[in-house]
Ligand binder design. Sequence first.
Ligand code: MLT
Length: 334
Amino acid sequence: MINKNKMTKALSLTAGLLFSTSAFSTTWNVAVGDGGGSTQEALGIKFGELLTEKTSGKFKTQIFVNGQLGSEQDTVNDVALESLPFSIIASNNLAPFSPAVGLLSLPYIFENLDQTVQMINSPVAQDLNQRTIQDTGTRIVGWAYSGFRVLSNSKHPVKNLADLSDIIVRVPKNEIMIDTYKSWGNNPTPMAWSETFTALQQGVVDGQDNPYMTIYAMKFGEVQKYISDIHYLFSLEPMIMSESLFQKQDDATKAAILSAGKEATEYSLQWLKDRESKIKDELVNQYGMKIDAIEDEKEWVKKAQDAVWPKFYESVGGKDKVNALLKVLGRPLI
Ligand code: MLT
């Protein structure tokens, strides 16, 4: 699944970025796709604090926000190659390399926040991690909870499917998300996350979707006016670590990494709960954004689920994997 050309490029571009050592400690770099103040950054900071504490200062981390170490999808290659120790990215940007993770991008699979917590604490998450290690050479050590994705745009309010037809929407390079927009009669523009702000600013695209927290952290209010609460996906953002680097550590360090990741994940959940509704208000008060609900939501759900789910059963690992998740979420099986 990992692109060999990108591997070579990543090796040459990131040589020397892996870590720095002093007489007493090693500092591991952490790439973060989102800006400062994001859920990704909060997870990364907490993880670093916990790791340092649990290893009595033997390991530290240094965070690079805003895609400074490369686009989210490129960092997957870098982590696989061990030229970057950690990256925190959206699951939709891991899925092209680890198709199993596509399960989390099936439109409307999560109905509420509690279900995402059930998934993270279930054998389904462990299975996703095992398959990600096999397919990508990266290990998921923690998760950021970022919230349900909403659609933003600069053109006009989108309250129903007809309103969506003339909006040029940037989507991640993720087949499930591309097909979801197509099922709604829209022809989206796939684009790297790192290029999105400029594309919105220059009018190359009119809109994009991401959680409220991300829209705020990325300052999209400066270039976007309307938000539609489409909540078709919940953004879970894995913190991935190079599996080869993990395997080189002694047992105590491995245990410290895993428990720091688990505790940082729990912290991330509370961090989101404490902030999301205030941030939603900030988007209105600080930027004058206008937030609308969707009037014909049943149509959005039906079109996306009818067209997209069956098409991707095989790539996410089969209907059994979808049913295993639905069971954890307390939803009827398919
Ligand atoms: C994307 O839209 O590419 C990602 O979901 C953005 C993110 O990492 O927050």
